[in-house]
Design a protein around this ligand. Structure first.
Ligand SMILES: [Zn+2]
Length: 107
C-alpha cells in the first residue's frame, strides 16, 4: 500500500510536530461527502485555516472556518493535485468529524 518513494519526496521533509491522520485498515465508520473545490466552495467568503494535518503525507486536511461555519479541505498533492471540500457544519459537529477524520474513522 505504500507509495513508491521518489527523490521528490525529499522536498517535503516532515516537521514532526503536526497531526498525522491515522491510516486505519478497513472501512471507515463515516464517509464524508467531498466535493470538488472548483464549485461555489472556493468563492466568496474568506476562510481561515484553524487546524491542519501534516503536509508530509500524500493526503492532508485542513479545518476551515468559513463565515461562521466550519468545513474541511482535503488536499492530495500527487499530480494532478486534487482539492476537495466537505461541510459546512456547525462548529461542534465539525470538531467531532475532525476527530474522526484524524483518527482514521472518517474519510
Ligand atoms: Zn509529517
Amino acid at each position: 500500500m505504500a507509495q513508491p518513494t521518489s527523490p521528490e519526496g525529499e522536498e517535503w521533509p516532515c516537521p514532526g510536530f503536526t497531526t498525522h491522520p491515522q491510516n486505519t485498515a478497513g472501512p471507515p465508520e463515516m464517509v464524508l461527502s467531498w466535493q470538488d473545490e472548483t464549485r461555489s466552495t472556493c468563492t466568496a467568503e474568506r476562510r481561515r485555516v484553524l487546524f491542519h494535518t501534516c503536509a508530509c503525507l500524500e493526503t492532508s486536511y485542513e479545518f476551515l472556518g468559513v463565515g461562521g461555519m466550519y468545513g474541511f479541505r482535503r488536499i492530495r498533492r500527487s499530480a494532478p493535485k486534487a482539492v476537495a471540500y466537505a461541510g459546512p457544519w456547525q462548529r461542534g459537529r465539525a470538531e467531532k468529524l475532525w476527530l474522526l477524520l484524524i483518527n482514521g474513522q472518517a474519510r
